[in-house]
Design a binder for this molecule. Structure first.
Ligand code: C5P
Length: 410
């Protein structure tokens, strides 16, 4: 029985639950959705019922749990009924098998049939062991679904079933809930109304028309910050030296300025700084540049001697022009004496938050999809955010930014 009188005019969420150990977390998601006034229809796969009881979902949902295409007392065709009335279908956990069935267009149970019989947005929240998550078949199925507009909440890295640790952990119910709110209600998140300026990627300094000096930054962390800031309600401008794209659901919502060199990045940022409430310098800006040769340097002309000159420190210039109330976040990539160097940098750069990466550690920083950071506050208070996706790290950083804005910092 539903726990309270359901509001049939409320947005209807079909909560699909796959057969994975993380199914128990979707009970908490269900509770949050109901508390927020959604009409929630749970659909469990047969294997999901091995992990959690139908009754648990029925007790908390707006209507009884469904598990089958057949024998529904309220309608002979539950998949079209559910699919047509849904404001959103959220699948948590989405197993490798469910993802494959959806990608292939199979409809051999109620949940997969409902996914096909709907034009509603779909949010998949995968959860599985790291080996399964990293399988090319799983990743390619997800890539295919993403191209079709399906939204995917990347799993976190952390404790998995059976004592293992790695990528594949279902995102926390509150994160999934915030995403649902964002999709269905255009949720006004903690950064709503704020202009957030973010830099991403490694700059490239031309040696000649074909060669550049650059660094190993992929731009993933800055891009994840832009995506999450948008989801938290901000108006986001991304100054990007990265070749990677934003996720499909935000690509048209974020203003992107493409730049290549440190000088171009500086101009793009300084022009926009005065109208920004928050500036996050996630880019790996080259510390050195040079005068580019007008034509390609020829091998036969001997080994060239390149004279490098220092680039301006953009972060320092932004801090120098900081307007009152503006929050500025810097990044520091360190390979040794990480915290000591970072505390000195925090003071030198005079930023509100310094996000510190130990780029010598495994799975951290440059080119990886995961990161582990220490966030240093102005009073040098350090908090470690252990290894997780760059998206999850972004939530941590931006939550702190939002609370600084609330306190009227600096
Ligand atoms: O001093 P360091 O290069 O380690 O500082 C890193 C921080 O400073 C990053 O936030 C980076 O984006 C920024 N930076 C900058 N301009 C430079 C070099 C770094 O804004 N020329």
């Amino acid at each position: 029985m539903p726990s309270a009188t359901p509001d049939h005019s409320a947005p209807r969420i079909v909560l699909g639950v796959g057969g994975g150990i993380a199914a128990y977390k979707s009970v908490e998601l269900l509770r949050r959705l109901r508390d927020a006034g959604y009409f929630v229809s749970p659909v469990l796969t047969r294997d999901a019922t091995r992990f959690v009881g139908e009754v648990t979902f029925s007790a908390l949902a707006s209507e009884p749990t469904r598990t089958s295409l057949y024998g529904d007392p309220t309608t002979p065709i539950p998949h079209t009924y559910l699919g047509q009335h849904a404001a959103l279908i959220v699948v948590a956990p989405a197993t490798a098998h469910l993802i494959a069935r959806f990608a292939m267009g199979l409809a051999d149970d109620l949940l997969s049939a409902t996914l096909l019989a709907s034009r509603a947005p779909v949010l998949l929240c995968p959860a599985m062991h790291t080996e399964m998550w990293e399988q090319p078949s799983v990743q390619e199925n997800l890539a295919l679904l993403r191209r079709r507009g399906v939204l995917v909440m990347e799993p976190a890295t952390g404790a998995l079933a059976g004592g293992d640790v790695g990528a594949g952990r279902l995102r926390e119910p509150e994160e999934i809930f915030a995403m649902v709110e964002h999709i269905v209600r255009g949720y006004r998140g903690p950064l709503s109304g704020q202009n957030v300026l973010i830099s991403a990627g490694g700059t490239r300094e031309a040696i000649d028309p074909v060669r550049v000096i650059s660094n190993r930054s992929s731009g993933r962390q800055g891009i994840a910050l832009a995506e999450v800031a948008h989801r938290l309600g901000a108006h986001v401008t991304l100054v990007s030296a990265s070749e990677l794209n934003l996720a499909l659901d935000v690509v048209n919502q974020v203003d992107v300025v493409h730049v290549e060199s440190a000088a171009q990045m500086r101009t793009a940022l300084m022009e926009r700084a005065h109208e920004s409430d928050v500036i996050i310098m996630a880019a790996a800006v080259s510390d050195f540049t040079l005068d580019s040769a007008p034509i390609k340097l020829k091998k036969g002309a001997g080994v060239p001697v390149l004279e490098l000159v220092a680039t301006p420190d953009i972060l320092q210039d932004l801090v120098a022009e900081r307007r009152s109330g503006q929050v500025i976040v810097g990044f520091a990539a360190e390979t040794h004496d990480v915290l000591e160097n970072a505390v000195a940098k925090l003071q030198r750069k005079d930023v509100d938050l310094l996000v510190v990466n130990d780029v010598s550690a495994a799975g951290v920083g440059f080119e990886h999809t995961t990161n582990e950071v220490v966030i240093l506050a102005k009073n040098a208070e350090a908090s470690t955010v252990t290894l997780r996706s760059k998206e999850a790290i972004s939530y941590e950083i931006l939550t702190r930014v939002a609370s600084l804005l609330n306190q009227g910092a600096p």
